[in-house]
Design a protein around this ligand. Structure first.
Ligand code: SF4
Ligand code: SF4
Length: 255
């Protein structure tokens, strides 16, 4: 068995009993014997995730990520937008890969009648949204039939326009506005900057991710290449003052 999962813990009390009832001890014993190679955690709650990550035994996190939950709509919309983003950054910084559960919020986001935004999103928009979050390695949509698999695999050939979820900017709550979500809706940058990636590495570096500065160094274009044309400012659906932000990013990394 490669993975042993601490499964579906959402309350702090669950974690307490997990530690007391012998299940965790058993899992750790299996790992010591080499039967279990890695330990993962599945949860819907940032507070609980952070608590278990603090114990330092988890290498993979299954977490429900979609725009509804991140913007406080839906059954598992636990934690504020900022708390959730901090968790994703923490996972990236600590090398804990996130597998995303419920990318369509149980299908609610795909139908204007059930979407909290009153507009339907597509599967590809939701998948790209989840994949753009720091720490995310995989998205696991539910499937029933072979056709579902075919449809989801179409994501690999989808155009940037089909994956673009810039429409979310019109639904973003106040505390999410002004923060870059790495969506690259503002492309193309005339100076060739990958605006989303530059911002992601900057945010990760600011959150203490030692690898992020190295990743930034390896980019072809850096914040210092920005010509301050304002194109991204006018295109950003999340009202990020990106040209100003590029100045900050340049100051942080030195180029
Ligand atoms: S500046 Fe805006 S459009 Fe560009 S990547 Fe960030 S959030 Fe997306
Ligand atoms: S302001 Fe800078 S980052 Fe934005 S589009 Fe223009 S050159 Fe690119």
């Amino acid at each position: 068995m490669d993975y042993g999962f601490i499964h579906c813990l959402d309350a702090v009390e669950d974690w307490d009993s997990y530690q007391k009832n012998g299940v965790l001890e058993y899992l750790l014993d299996m790992k010591q014997q080499g039967v279990v190679k890695h330990i993962g955690l599945s949860t819907h709650t940032p507070e609980l995730a952070n608590l278990v990550l603090d114990a330092g035994m988890v290498e993979q996190l299954m977490f429900s990520i979609n725009p509804g939950y991140d913007y406080r709509h839906g059954d598992y919309a636990n934690g504020s937008t900022d708390e959730r983003m901090e968790l994703y950054r923490r996972c990236e910084a600590e090398g804990i890969g996130i597998s995303v559960m419920k990318p369509f919020s149980g299908g609610q986001l795909l139908d204007a009648k059930t979407s909290p935004f009153k507009k339907a999103l597509t599967k590809y928009q939701c998948m790209q949204y989840a994949l753009d979050k720091p720490g995310v390695l995989t998205v696991l949509p539910g499937i029933r039939y072979a056709e579902d698999v075919q449809e989801l695999l179409g994501f690999l050939n989808a155009t940037p326009e089909e994956r673009d979820y810039g429409i979310l900017g019109t639904f973003a709550p106040r505390d999410a506005v002004g923060n870059c979500v790495y969506c690259n809706h503002c492309q193309p940058c005339p100076a060739g900057l990958n605006v989303g990636l530059i911002n992601k590495y900057y945010d990760l570096a600011m959150a203490g991710d030692a690898m992020a500065a190295d990743h930034y160094t390896k980019l072809e274009k850096h914040a210092s290449d920005c010509v301050d044309c304002g194109h991204c400012d006018s295109r950003c659906p999340f009202q990020v003052k990106q040209s100003k932000r590029m100045e900050k990013i340049q100051a942080r990394f030195g180029f």
